[in-house]
Design a protein around this ligand. Sequence first.
Ligand SMILES: [Zn+2]
Length: 700
Amino acid sequence: MLRHFWLNIYLILIKYSRLTTMNLNKTTLLAIFCSGVLITGCQSGKQETAAVKAIDTTNMDRVIKPGDDFFRYANGNWIKNHPVPDQYADYGAFVQLAEENREQLKSLVQEAAGANGAKGTVTQQIGDFYKSGMDSLAIEKAGVEPLKTDFEKISKLGNGAELAAYYADLHKRGTYPVFAAFQMPDARQSEMVVLNLYQGGLGLPEVEYYLDPSVQMAEIRNEYQKFIRTMLTLSGMEQTAAEKAASDVMSLETSLAKVSMGIEERRDPIATYNMKSIDELKKLAPNFDWSAYFSAMGLAKLDKVNVMMPNFFAGFSKLLTEVPAATWQNYFRYTLMIHNSSYLTDAIQKADFDFYNSYLSGQKEMKPRWKRVLSTVSGGLGEAIGKLYVEKYFPADAKARMVELTNNLKKSLASSIQNLTWMSEETKKAALAKLEAMRVKVGYPDKWIDYSKLDIAANSYIENAWNASRFSTELEMGKVGKPVDKEEWVMTPQTVNAGYVPPMNEIIFPAAILQPPFFYKDADDAVNYGAIGVVIGHEMTHGFDDQGRKYDAKGNLVDWWTPADADKFVEKTQILVNQFNEYPILDSLRVNGKLTLGENIADNGGLNLSLRAFKATLKGDEKEIDGFTPMQRFFLSYAQVWRESIRDKKLMRDIKEDEHSPAEARVNRALFNINEFYDAFDIKSDAKLYIQPEQRASIW
Ligand SMILES: [Zn+2]
């Protein structure tokens, strides 16, 4: 995946919070492999995304030498002129495009809301879902009333069958205490869909937030405990009781953190493949009533499940009996509040914002209601809105041009594999077969999800969100144990991102990314190869990154490497680990080279592949534009895609939580491994970012 839009997918995975009604199963599938996704939200409407010029030289800071800081050479003036707006934690080309998109989606949704369509039609569903979210008076009036039945149930919960059935009830409504269950292709039998159990239950963003003894983390834990107390108070609990309960919930989450798998290991598809029969699962985690849970999820006949983090589930089972029922009850009450905060009162949404967006990420102001509601509706009715979106905004010729570019990039990677000096013929053959089999999805699905059975009404936002989540869960659970439907899409067309799905060996480019600044229908080739071309190459390379390479042409975890070639691959990629480990962020921090390796390999590969494909189009008579050669424009186009202003707090979080390197490093490290880049800008060995030729990374 290209970029980590943290608000949705990533957090869904880590803590399943603020899920809105995103389709957990699909998003999780992508998130696991690419980490990443969705739309932070937005700000000042039509800015320069629809931009006039493909490469805007006024964005540059030409006082800076290209070899000293190419990121600021290409984007320095843009950064100076674009401090992060109050509604954001970071701001750049992705957010600008997402904002443009949001305006388009808003007009579609408002049109639907005005149409008063007949019950069960897509127009009615979109319109009423949106109206119910915008009806702040009704939401304020309801208060926590919609959760009252849950609170009563929770107050009587023990840990028997009724607990397991209640988990299923919550999961279906998009609340994920402790763990999540989702479908995806079986990584050792990729034609078939299997159920996966994934760890969760943490309200803080990562395991180390609970366990790291540093002063900074201790302070965050302190603030977090206050936040738990605030949420419990807002749920109607009395102050003193909430104080005690917050402390208990914090201890419970810390115990869960201690048995959780860390972020680096979670990237490893072999470590997270632990297929178990239901009997084996019951032995591993005997204190949870799995039969009652699966049966309530509509999976009574399930015979096996992939337990992605076995230690976690064993630990969870122990905690079920060790931790008093009263603590578990408070934990459920709190989880219910934070996972549903977006549908509740302003005070609840504000408390959630104050901790997660403001305290942890530095965002100053909440996004307006319409943006928050739009994001929920666009998640819950993803493909219904996607269909309207592509009909109105996605030109057919964009798809054709994109398919052509992708084919050129495939050829570029094929010839690159054939010419590799470090790889044996045997491994090359398997790599070429994998590339040949890689499926490409562009724009939108050929067949759309039918939402006609989803019940949406104008009178209750939270009920609509729950219904959308129930609908999606039923759809997803219905696929378990059946053959994989290869026509399915794991991203909606209106998503500004791109992805590679290893067990399907496919790359996806949703319609929304096929716009400036990634894709200009009418710009010179240098611009498109530098932007969308690198994006395509990046996603293709994910099939051959440190984790993607473990899957074969069919998307199975089958080792197709000779041991000697695998060793050479590790040795070559270690260069990237070391380079990024040394890249300074905010003076004292460093990028985590191991965590970001997959993405850094993909950037390195993407640049090389697209550059080769671009060079093949050059005839030698191309003219300079704005004083820049085609080669210079290729690199500038790449760097301008990554223009970004970011708050310090957000940057610190990303270093711990994001598999992608910060934008600055994606420019200032990635480009300095490319020989042609040095020639294009005449960069010599005295430049600050210069890397000796023999120390440059080149894998694919
Ligand atoms: Zn990626």
